[in-house]
Unconditional design. Structure first.
Length: 133
């Protein structure tokens, strides 16, 4: 849709959201609901969210909604989230201000590019598979 692109990277067992613009609360929830359904249906353990174009988005209501779904995401197998954010922003300050760390009880890291996020996920996913094999 015009608010975000949802994609799946099979080799990384990773769902991704590339947010194109700030949409309505309903549009954002719809994209997140589709992401959650995908994670549940396919036991996706990794998630990348590129929020470089939506840094002005109000997150308070979305965070309440996200927190409500945290347990089902963990049950479905989600382990980690990579957030892509502009370099010029203070990443830890931005994440604290937006309240992301208080929403998901999962491993979360912030990156300046989607490539960096994918590289981290690839390394962590490889570790997971060594442990489980």
């Amino acid at each position: 849709n015009n608010v975000a692109t949802l994609y799946y990277n099979a080799p990384l067992n990773c769902i991704g959201i590339n947010w194109k613009k700030t949409g309505t609360l309903s549009q954002s929830k719809d994209i997140l609901r589709k992401s959650i359904d995908f994670i549940k249906n396919y036991q996706t353990v990794n998630w990348i969210s590129n929020i470089t174009r939506v840094v002005d988005r109000e997150e308070e209501e979305l965070n309440a909604w996200r927190a409500h779904h945290n347990a089902e995401l963990k049950r479905a197998g989600l382990k980690r989230i990579g957030i892509v954010l502009q370099d010029e922003l203070n990443h830890s300050e931005f994440i604290n201000k937006k309240g992301f760390m208080n929403v998901y009880d999962l491993e979360m890291k912030i990156f300046s590019t989607t490539l960096e996020a994918k590289q981290w996920i690839a390394a962590e996913y490889k570790k997971d598979n060594k442990i489980n094999s």
